[in-house]
Write a protein that binds this ligand. Structure first.
Ligand code: BDR
Ligand code: CA
Length: 306
C-alpha cells in the first residue's frame, strides 16, 4: 500500500479525490490537510471534516494556510459555490480539526518513513511550498509529490493560467525548483478525465449516503462548468492524481522542465513547459488518459462505500 498524505481545498473534485483515496485498497491515507483555494480556509477545513466524517474515513484533518505566500487571495465561487462545496446540504461536522501544526505532521511522517510517503496536492501549493522552505532536508525523503495544476495548452482562470497555480504562483515556482520527485496532472489531461451527466446520475443511485450525495454535488459542478466554459461533462481534475496512484498505466506521460511565470502581465501563473527539452526535465507530466478505465476505477471504488 502507498502511504499518502492529501493536501486539498475541497472543492467538488477534491471531494471525489478524498473519497477515492479513503477507500482504494492500494492506498493508506495518513491524513488530509486543507488549504485555502476554491474557498476560504474555514470552508475547506469544514468540507474536509464533513466528507471524511460522512465517509467514515478515519484520518486526521489539519488546518493549512489561510492565504497565498505573496499574492492577493482568490477563490472560485463561480465553479464551487460560496461554501466551496455547494449543491447538496451537507450537515455541520462533529469531527474536529487537529490542533497539531500541519508542517509538524508532514515533517514527522516523512522523517520516520523515508522514501515511503507520497504527497498529493490538489489545491494551491502554499502548504507544500512552506514545507519545502522549512524542511529542505526532508524534500528528498518524500517518495513522490503528485500535483494537479497547470496547463500546457490552456489555462482556466486566465487564457494561460490554471487555478491552483494562479492562486499561488510563487508557491508553485518554489515547488518546481525544490527537488521533489514531481508528477503533474495539468488541465491537458484532466479535461480528458471528464464525467458525463449520465454517469453522475448513476452515481446518485449508489447505495451509500455520502456517494449518492457526491453525485448530487457533481451535478452542481457539471452545471457550473457548462455555465462558465460551455462544455459538457465535468473534468474530474483532482481524482486523476489518486487514480494514478491506483493504476499509473491508464495515463500517458512526458518528462519536461517546467517553471512558473511570476512576473508576466498576460502570463502570470502560467506553467511554462520546455516542450523541446532544452533543459533537463524536473517533472513528469501526464498528458493523456484512458477515460473509460478512469471512470471504471472510480466507480469500482466508490461502490465499496456502504
Ligand atoms: C483545480 O482548481 C480547482 O477549482 C479544482 O478543485 C482543481 O484542483 C482545477 O483547475
Ligand atoms: Ca482542488
Amino acid at each position: 500500500k502507498k502511504k499518502v498524505i492529501l493536501d486539498c481545498d475541497p472543492g467538488h473534485d477534491d471531494a471525489v479525490a478524498i473519497l477515492l483515496a479513503g477507500i482504494a485498497k492500494e492506498i493508506e491515507l495518513l491524513g488530509v490537510i486543507a488549504v485555502a483555494g476554491n474557498s476560504y480556509l474555514r470552508n475547506t477545513v469544514r468540507n474536509a471534516l464533513i466528507l471524511t466524517e460522512m465517509a467514515n474515513i478515519n484520518v486526521p484533518v489539519f488546518k493549512g494556510s489561510e492565504k497565498p505566500l505573496l499574492r492577493k487571495q482568490i477563490v472560485a465561487p463561480d465553479i464551487h459555490g460560496e461554501s466551496g462545496l455547494e449543491g447538496a446540504n451537507l450537515p455541520e461536522p462533529t469531527k474536529k480539526v487537529e490542533n497539531k501544526n500541519y508542517l509538524e505532521f508532514l515533517a514527522e511522517n516523512i522523517y520516520s518513513n523515508p522514501n515511503e510517503i507520497t504527497l498529493v496536492a490538489v489545491g494551491p501549493l502554499t502548504n507544500i511550498a512552506k514545507f519545502a522552505l522549512n524542511y529542505p532536508d526532508l524534500v528528498p525523503l518524500v517518495k513522490e509529490l503528485v500535483i494537479m495544476g497547470g496547463g500546457i495548452e490552456f489555462g482556466n482562470v486566465t487564457p494561460r493560467a490554471e487555478f491552483n497555480i494562479y492562486a499561488d504562483p510563487e508557491a508553485a515556482q518554489i515547488i518546481f525548483n525544490a527537488g521533489f520527485n514531481l508528477t503533474v496532472f495539468p488541465l491537458d489531461v484532466t479535461h480528458k478525465a471528464k464525467i458525463y451527466i449520465n454517469e453522475i446520475k448513476e452515481m446518485q443511485e449508489f447505495s451509500s449516503e455520502i456517494v449518492s450525495k457526491m453525485g448530487i454535488l457533481l451535478e452542481f459542478f457539471h452545471q457550473t462548468y457548462y455555465d462558465v466554459f460551455k462544455i459538457k461533462g465535468a473534468p474530474l481534475h483532482d481524482p486523476c492524481t489518486i487514480a494514478y496512484l491506483i493504476n499509473p498505466e491508464i495515463f500517458e506521460y512526458e518528462e519536461y522542465f517546467a517553471q512558473v511565470e511570476t512576473k508576466g502581465e498576460l502570463t502570470y501563473g502560467e506553467t511554462v513547459v520546455d516542450y523541446w527539452h532544452f533543459n533537463k526535465p524536473n517533472s513528469k507530466w501526464a498528458l493523456n488518459v484512458n477515460r473509460e478505465e478512469f471512470i471504471k476505477i472510480l466507480f469500482e471504488n466508490l461502490k465499496k462505500y456502504e
